[in-house]
Design a protein around this ligand. Structure first.
Ligand SMILES: NC(=O)c1ccc[n+]([C@@H]2O[C@H](COP(=O)([O-])OP(=O)(O)OC[C@H]3O[C@@H](n4cnc5c(N)ncnc54)[C@H](OP(=O)(O)O)[C@@H]3O)[C@@H](O)[C@H]2O)c1
Length: 216
């Protein structure tokens, strides 16, 4: 069994979600408020370690009224236990689980263990299927996946994403090294992931598209 996974992101008209090494605000305030309402509905919120290092996000609900108990459990995919000890995700506003691999340096793991829960999965990179199973057993039945590009690809590859919502901000970023919505190694032309369009909504200057995912 696995938690239900919604991948949510904001991208520019040319499909970028960030520059090569810094984050940027892509969608407008009302889209961000929508995302915080989403966070309230999900048991967990998941990101890759590079997103933690580049953005240092809190991953809590802070744009709408909420209680501390409304915050989803923060889940970080971090095979080498690189999460900085002063990261905002390690504050006491919500639970945090860091998923590390068997190769993570033990001294780093011990230091992080003082601040959050550690789960081990995978030999060198994280075994995402096993991770989902372990999270489900911890009663995490729904996960909001918030990037970045590399984790998004792996999650599609492992067929773990059920639904996609992508907000297109009225911006062009360009740059062959800018991060796109889904990077990784990519699929070959016969094996791309098919989506079913469910809705299309204008939010101020942004467009919100919602899809379900159709695996072969
Ligand atoms: N616009 C948006 O909606 C949005 C949302 C989120 C993020 N972003 C942007 O995305 C950028 C970061 O994206 P990113 O692609 O560089 O990194 P990422 O997806 O945040 O993190 C990827 C890292 O996760 C670790 N990992 C471990 N096991 C993995 C597995 N099985 N599959 C995939 N990753 C695994 C790897 O690092 P280790 O080997 O060290 O474990 C990998 O390099 C940032 O610039 C951020 O601003 C934008």
């Amino acid at each position: 069994m696995k938690p239900y996974v919604l991948l949510n992101a904001a991208m520019t008209v040319d499909g970028k979600i960030a520059t090569e090494n810094s984050s940027m605000k892509i969608s407008g305030e009302n889209d961000l408020i929508r995302v915080h309402h989403l966070r309230k509905k999900y048991d967990g919120i998941m990101v890759g370690i590079n997103t933690i290092i580049v953005d240092n996000p809190k991953l809590t609900i802070h744009k709408i009224p909420s209680e501390k108990t409304d915050n989803p459990t923060r889940i970080i995919i971090d095979s080498k236990a690189r999460t900085p000890l002063d990261s905002k995700v390690l504050n006491n506003q919500a639970e945090t689980i860091i998923i590390v691999s068997k190769k993570a340096p033990i001294d780093r793991v011990k230091k992080l263990e003082e601040k959050c829960t550690i789960i081990t999965s995978g030999e060198t990179s994280i075994d995402l299927k096993e991770t989902m199973d372990k999270l489900y057993k911890l009663n995490i039945r729904s996960i909001l996946l918030e990037g970045g590009s590399t984790l998004n690809f792996s999650m599609f590859k492992e067929e773990l994403i059920d639904e996609v919502s992508i907000c297109i901000g009225s911006k062009i970023l360009g740059g062959s090294k800018s991060k796109t919505f889904v990077d990784g190694n990519g699929f070959d032309k016969d094996n791309c992931v098919n989506l079913n369009l469910k809705s299309c909504e204008k939010i101020d200057d942004d467009i919100l598209l919602k899809y379900t995912v159709q695996y072969k």
